[in-house]
Design a protein around this ligand. Structure first.
Ligand SMILES: [Zn+2]
Length: 77
């Protein structure tokens, strides 16, 4: 085996190593995201009845905490 062959083999090994590593990291992120999706988003976490939507900008703000969003025509000051 010549030096060039060893170099190619080394490069291939590095490519495979980092490819597998990246895939594992992505899988782990997807798993964490799925866990978050399964645990969160319960109705009691969204007090929608105490939220008011700004008619102009469409942002939901807790009732009594409305403030101007900076958009033109926003009813809150
Ligand atoms: Zn607004």
């Amino acid at each position: 085996m010549g030096f060039f062959t060893l170099l190619i083999l080394g490069l291939l090994g590095a490519l495979i190593y980092f490819g597998v590593k990246g895939r594992i990291v992505r899988l782990r992120e997807e798993f964490a995201e799925a866990l978050r999706r399964a645990q969160g988003k319960r109705p009691e976490n969204l007090p929608s009845e105490s939220m008011t939507q700004c008619k102009t900008c469409g942002t939901y703000i807790a009732t009594g905490q409305q403030k101007n969003c900076g958009k033109q025509g926003c009813p809150y000051t």
